[in-house]
Every structure is written in C-alpha cells, then in structure tokens.
Design a protein around this ligand. Structure first.
Ligand SMILES: [Zn+2]
Length: 230
C-alpha cells in the first residue's frame, strides 16, 4: 500500500457536503456534513462495525475558566487487507452553550456533538477532509482551543470615561444568526459557566443578568467582572 493511499482517497470533500459558516467567530470556515465522513469511511473500508468502528474510551464534563464543555475520547479502528489497525485516537469537545438555543441544557446532546467532533478529529488523521483543513491551515476545532483564540482577540479598547446612559427600552438578549450570544465588549461568544456555589449559568442567563445590570449591554462573564472592578 502506498503511504498516501487513504489520504488521497479521503481528502476531497464534495461541494454538497460543505457549508460555509457565514456568521460568528467561525465566519469564513467550512462546516463539513458529518454524514459525509461516515460515507467516506464506509466507501473505503466497508460498513461501520465490520470495516471500521470506534470505541468511546472516555466522556467527561470539564469546566475551564468560565466555560463548561463536554469531551469525548474515541479510538477509531479500520480493517485493511485483512488486518485490524491500531487505534486512531480522537478527542472531541462541545460547549454546552450550543444547547442553549432552545433554553434547555441536555448533557446528552452535548456528548453527541462531542462524539461527532471526536470522530472528525480521528478521521482527519487518515486524511478525511484534508483539503478543507489544510486549505485554511487550521480548522473549526482548533480555533475553539483557548490558545488561538487569545491570538485572535482584538486589542482591548481604551476604557470609556463614563458609562453611556441606559437606553429607554433596554433591548432583550441579542442572539446572533449562528445561535450564539456575543459580548458587546470583547466580541467573543458568551459561554455558560458554573459559579462558586455550583449554580450553572446558561449563556442566556448571563446575558439577561448583564443587560439588567449594565444598562442593556450584554457582556461575557470576564468583561462583566472587569466592569465591576472599574
Ligand atoms: Zn467580553
């Protein structure tokens, strides 16, 4: 087998499986239909469970900073020329804020999305959708890591001399077209968090509290804290 055989056969994503992300922090990136990935693996290796399969090796909920995220680790296996591969590992994450659209948080949905993500990460090692990932030299998953986001952060605006007067009719929570709430100050997605009493705040809770407290402005937890200190 040639070294690039899988990679070359899995790298190209058909146009119909690609969806440009047109709003929010991931604007300009491409969403890949998860079902295409399954089809690509099945075409090459055979049906899931026979030609390829995965095992979930861990699932956990982690808070990092003000965020609460579900993580799933998997091992992907495939059979090639009668031999079962070594595990191809992948870790996927999903922020529970993505569940916030319907006002309820279900960890089940979160884990499902983290699993899809984990499969995309493992499959990427075989070259699945390589052209999409390589073209941008980074991908949707890596941009959600804290480090690149730091780099993307806009410089902090100079502190305003005084607070603008609250609008007469404070606006309600403003949800962007991608379903997220964005901070008026730092433009980052507002994530849910768990406070020190263990109470879980959904992004919508945070936005509602911020609007009430900061004259109609929707602020992330970090910016709201800075605001209180100032
Ligand atoms: Zn902010």
């Amino acid at each position: 087998m040639k070294n690039m055989e899988f990679y070359d056969r899995l790298r190209t994503v058909p146009e119909e499986a690609k969806k440009p992300i047109s709003a929010g922090r991931l604007r300009g990136f491409t969403d890949i239909n998860p079902m295409w990935r399954i089809k690509a693996l099945t075409e090459l290796f055979g049906p899931c469970g026979i030609g390829w399969w995965y095992k979930i090796t861990d699932k956990r909920m982690e808070g990092s900073g003000d965020e609460l995220r579900a993580f799933v680790d998997i091992e992907l296996y495939y059979v090639w020329e009668g031999k079962t591969s070594q595990p191809v590992v992948g870790t996927g994450g999903s922020s529970f804020l993505t569940m916030e659209k319907n006002g309820t948080y279900t960890s089940d949905e979160c884990y499902k999305m983290a699993l899809t993500d984990a499969l995309s990460v493992a499959a990427k090692n075989l070259g699945v959708a390589a052209d999409v990932y390589y073209a941008k030299d980074r991908d949707k998953y890596t941009t959600t890591d804290p480090e690149p986001r730091q780099i993307q952060q806009a410089p902090k605006p100079a502190p305003k001399p005084e607070m603008p007067p609250p609008p007469e009719n404070p606006p309600g929570p403003r949800e962007a077209s991608d379903g997220y709430y964005y901070c008026d100050s730092c433009n980052q997605i507002i994530n849910g968090f768990k406070d020190k009493n263990g109470t879980v705040w959904t992004p919508r809770d945070i936005v509602a509290a911020s609007i009430a407290k900061y004259g109609g402005r929707q602020l992330c937890v970090a910016c709201a804290r800075n605001e209180s200190k100032a």
